[in-house]
Design a binder for this molecule. Sequence first.
Ligand code: ADP
Ligand code: MN
Length: 253
Amino acid sequence: KIAKADAKHQEIHSRKRKKNSEERKVSNEIFDKLTLETLYKIANQGYIDVLNGAISTGKEANVLIGVNNDGNFVAVKIYRIATSDFKKMNYYLNGDPRFNVKTKNKRKIIYSWVTKEYKNLKRLHDAGVNVPEPYTSANNVLLIEFIGDENGNPAQPVRNKKPEDPDEFFNKLLVELKKFVNDAKLVHGDLSNYNILNKNETPVIIDVSQSVVLDNPISKELLERDINTLVNEYTRLGVKTNFDEVWEYVNPK
Ligand code: ADP
Ligand code: MN
């Protein structure tokens, strides 16, 4: 497995060598020594057999498709130490009774951040919210259920794949949001059609690293912001809705 991952790494690097220096820099940022070691560790535990191409290249994280030992696709989210927003991370980590991050060590902050995303996903999945099932996390790498079809085509964010029936889709989304807040007792904090995948007209909520527990003093403000964003986006898609109606439905009693 290590040999395979290493060969893949070499292949990525030989391909990148032909490209411009900016891309080379990005590749080095993703596959730095510690990240490679972390991937080998996860590979040795049987969670990944092969790493395939990238689904998404974000500012802070890259999402790749992998294949596990059973031949199933998995999503591999790799946080980039070099370009992460530590101020933001500290803001969302403070006030969360599950984390006590007093360190200024950037690597440690990222590792807490990844653990937070893993724990949030676990809590949401256990509460029956439609999110990717988390498999494992180590250091800056998070391994989760691949949301897509059996050929490895990832489900698209609603931003890129409009629901065929926005009203029906929005209703399904509200059911998920209610479970999110009332059962998992979390607030997403960055909820928008960028972080909702449209999998065969069913919403799957992703990207929960910044999600906070209801006990966090910032949770109410974040929930208001999330609901405002959704109401704006779905109004634009033709859904008749408003803030009060959604707030009333999802707000924990
Ligand atoms: P960020 O926005 O911080 O870069 P996300 O978790 O939102 O990270 O993931 C970025 C993109 O990767 C998503 O918009 C989606 O297209 C894709 N993606 C993320 N998780 C999965 C998954 N489990 N299955 C399929 N695609 C995913
Ligand atoms: Mn996102």
